[in-house]
Design a protein around this ligand. Structure first.
Ligand code: CR1
Length: 777
């Protein structure tokens, strides 16, 4: 028996007093994880010398850790045989919840980056918050979303080590708390692999219990300090692509930024002595969106309190930090009310003013006319503009897909680009092929490896060697067989989780992402209604039966997003209850979509829905995961879709709808009512929201959705995301796709060409670009 297997047995016996046969799932999970941890720890020491990069992020959406870690360590097979020897299998870990310390793409990107950096030998550590509760758990009641707390730590947290000795104190105006780090090894895969660190801070009280108050029978007062401290890392804010100007949110941001910087300064001094002037040569810090941007005045403060003058300190700050922008949605650009800011971290405000003054001097030097200065001010109309601070006080600002970076430069922040063009650069997102192909789709991985070897696991460009196989009927058939198998497996999962019988012979058309108006799940819903009526009216006669799958969480306070979930659930009910379409259409909205669910859905997909309004989705990353698993993209010219179809061929994907330029031209004169009146199909599906066809349980939310398109609202014009403009082209493109899939081999060829050209979307490529072009590590 191997040392690994022996360790597992030993841990089960000593800690739980059980044999593998007697153990619970959580006990096995804990023992297997800790046995693997014991091995990882041998390779897990931070080297004292050499520059390191740090990824500061409020979110790390890690998903389930055990599979990926065992895979990267080369222990997966051994674990599987250990379990098999005791009548168990890896599927048992499906019960273990995800570490969902993130909302969506931004947090998942951070997780992919960690995996890629460790694999590519890039010394990169993650710094963030160890939320007590991750992203809420979602269920549906009568088609409406309900939220419940995500108590992820109940499964134990064997992949983290508490480092009491590295705790630091963090000072706020009204409280001082301890930040205690929990470290997880980030284990790379392959020959160049490193074991890097993810360090997540937990907030705790300095004095968790007041005996004096307790003795005076003031029980809740006795633990008040503890509760107030722990509130800071209690819960992840459930907003994606929107900002939350709340006091606690600012506290969270300062909490992990200040703790991480204190940690780095301490390490720096230990290695290089008290003079901090070389800090930027030791650490490169990437700010993942504006959430950690408060690090800028904090580092300035730390440097100046050590005696550095402003100019010297500012130069270190600029050379240390770089900023990634993930969205141009106005509602996501963080601004903090000056008074709120001062009431939370008063010690920082003077440093924000110093930054503002330095900016003022730069603008004068560069002769920026007075009327244009408003566009630059960090402190402006009683608010602190974090994105402006991030651009001004760093050496690099990057977007996350080519079109997104162009939009930043030329329409979102053109005045900044005009002054500092050299700071702006693009880093198109990527995904790790370890989790998103090797681990979640062993069947397809096996087929690929059988054809071209397994070099793709750490060098995704090797997928190019599949190109000749795209025309090979045997490979096409083998691909189709794999797809069928993954669809069957997904149908089983959905049967058990949702109680819904998905037909594995249907075409699987999937849209999974956060629920947001700009992502246009609503348009997808309308288009399904159009199909429904098309079939009923005899306009559509030869449809390849299609299952439409959705997965999405709506921010709990996002009224319309929740209405769209209810709408899709009602459409599902309508379709399911109608004999005339039952053999042709299925609609299912899965509950609690998360990383683990994505790992089941994506391999089974044939159609990847990427239908955001052109110019709104910064990149998207699920689009890349679908491509890698051999789905075709049905999408708009937006985000990374553009680069995807450029790589895989427009003829192998399905692009429709208005482009950014079209929308720009149309903006002033756009009138959705005109389309509604001129196009009976549009009228038919819109009216279904309000004519009694679909019921919103008398909440009025369907009427509100209807009005958001045709009437607008006080804060936006009618149909601000151009659903009606793109609806018919969308429906028609989907029908064309539907006709194309009937030639199975021709369709398989398209899928294979998507896979073969997915190499550039590996986060290994992205991370190497950050390392070389931004961090110099
Ligand atoms: C974007 O909406 C992008 C991810 C990761 C999201 C998405 O298009 O793929 O970031 N932005 O870069 C976001 O969450 C707060 O902004």
């Amino acid at each position: 028996m191997s040392a690994f297997s022996q360790d597992i047995l030993e841990l089960l016996r000593l800690d739980y007093g059980v044999s593998p046969e007697q153990a619970s799932t959580v006990q096995i999970y804990d023992a297997v994880s800790r046995a693997a941890m014991a091995q990882a720890r041998r390779r897990w020491q931070t080297p004292a010398r050499g520059k390191r990069a740090c990824y500061f992020s409020a979110e790390f959406l890690m998903g389930r850790m055990i599979g990926a870690n065992l895979y990267n360590m080369g222990l997966l097979k051994e674990c599987a045989s250990f379990l098999a020897a005791h009548g168990l299998d890896m599927n048992m870990f499906e019960e273990i919840g995800d570490a969902a310390l993130g909302n969506g793409g931004l947090g998942r990107l951070a997780a992919c980056f960690l995996d890629s950096a460790a694999t590519c030998g890039v010394p990169l550590d993650g710094y963030g918050i160890r939320y007590r509760y991750g992203l809420f758990a979602q269920t549906f009641e009568d088609g409406f979303q309900k939220e419940a707390p995500d108590d992820w730590q109940r499964f134990t947290d064997p992949w983290a080590v508490r480092r009491e000795e590295d705790a630091v104190l963090i000072r706020f105006a009204d409280q001082t708390v301890r930040a205690v780090p929990y470290d997880s090894p980030v284990i790379g895969c392959g020959e160049n692999a490193l074991v890097n660190t993810l360090r997540l801070w937990q907030a705790e009280a300095q004095r968790p219990f007041d005996f004096d108050l307790f003795n005076r029978q003031k029980y809740s007062a006795a633990v008040e300090e503890r509760d107030r401290a722990e509130a800071i890392s209690a819960v992840l804010y459930p907003n994606d692509d929107t900002r939350e100007g709340k006091r606690l949110r600012l506290k969270q941001q300062y909490f992990f930024s200040a703790a991480s910087l204190a940690d780095l300064v301490k390490r720096y001094k230990a290695a290089h002595g008290p003079d901090l002037s070389g800090f930027a040569e030791a650490y490169a810090i990437q700010l993942n969106d504006t959430h950690p941007t408060i690090s800028i005045p904090e580092l300035l403060r730390l440097l100046m309190e050590e005696g550095m003058d402003f100019d010297a300190a500012f130069a270190v700050v600029c050379r240390t930090f770089a900023y990634t922008n993930h969205t141009i949605m106005a509602e996501a650009l963080e601004k903090w009310d000056v008074n709120l800011f001062k009431s939370v971290v008063p010690q920082l405000y003077p440093y924000v003013e110093l930054l503002e003054n330095a900016l003022e001097m730069e603008l004068a030097l560069r002769r920026v006319p007075r009327e244009k200065k408003q566009n630059y001010r960090i402190i402006c109309r009683g608010q602190i503009h974090m994105a402006r601070m991030a651009i001004f006080a760093t050496h690099s600002t990057n977007g996350v897909a080519r079109i997104h970076t162009e939009i930043i430069k030329h329409s979102a922040l053109p005045e900044w680009y005009a002054l500092w063009p050299e700071r702006f650069n693009n880093k198109t997102n990527g995904i790790t092929q370890r989790r998103w192909l090797a681990l979640c789709n062993p069947e397809l991985s096996g087929l690929i490896t059988q054809r071209i070897g397994d070099g793709w696991i750490t060098d995704l460009d090797q997928l190019k060697r599949l190109v000749p196989y795209a025309d090979d009927p045997a490979t096409q058939d083998a691909f189709l067989a794999v797809k069928e198998e993954k669809k069957r497996q997904l149908a089983q999962v959905i049967r058990s989780k949702e109680g819904f019988r998905l037909d594995p012979t249907f075409l699987y058309d999937i849209q999974i992402k956060r629920l947001h108006e700009y992502k246009r799940q609503f348009m997808n819903a309308l288009s399904i209604l159009d199909l429904y009526y098309g079939i009923k009216e005899g306009r559509i006669t030869d449809l390849q039966p299609t299952a439409f799958l959705f997965g999405a969480k709506a921010a709990p306070g996002y009224y319309r997003a929740k209405g769209i979930i209810k709408l899709i659930n009602e459409i599902a009910r309508l379709v399911d209850g109608d004999e005339a379409v039952r053999g042709l259409l299925q609609v299912v909205f899965v509950q609690n979509y998360n990383v683990s669910y994505a790992e089941k859905l994506i391999p089974a997909a044939e159609v990847s829905e990427q239908i955001s309004t052109a110019g709104t989705e910064a990149s998207g990353t699920s689009n890349m995961k679908f491509m890698l698993n051999g789905a075709v993209t049905l999408g708009t010219y937006d985000g990374a879709n553009i680069e995807i179809v450029e790589a895989a061929g427009e003829e192998n994907n399905y692009i429709f709808g208005a482009r950014v330029e079209d929308i720009e031209k149309l903006r002033q004169s756009y009138d959705p009512k005109q389309i509604y009146q001129a196009e009976p199909r549009v009228r038919r599906v819109m009216d279904a929201l309000v004519d009694g066809t679909l019921s919103d349980g008398s909440t009025g939310v369907f009427r509100e959705l209807y009005d958001s398109i045709l009437e607008g609202a006080s804060w936006h014009r009618p149909d601000q995301y151009y659903l009606l403009l793109d609806l018919i082209p969308y429906c028609e493109t989907r029908l064309r796709l539907n006709r194309d899939v009937r030639d199975r081999r021709a369709f398989a060829k398209k899928c294979l060409l998507n896979i073969a050209n997915a190499g550039q979307f590996s986060s290994d490529r992205t991370i190497r670009q950050y390392a070389r072009e931004i961090w110099s590590v």
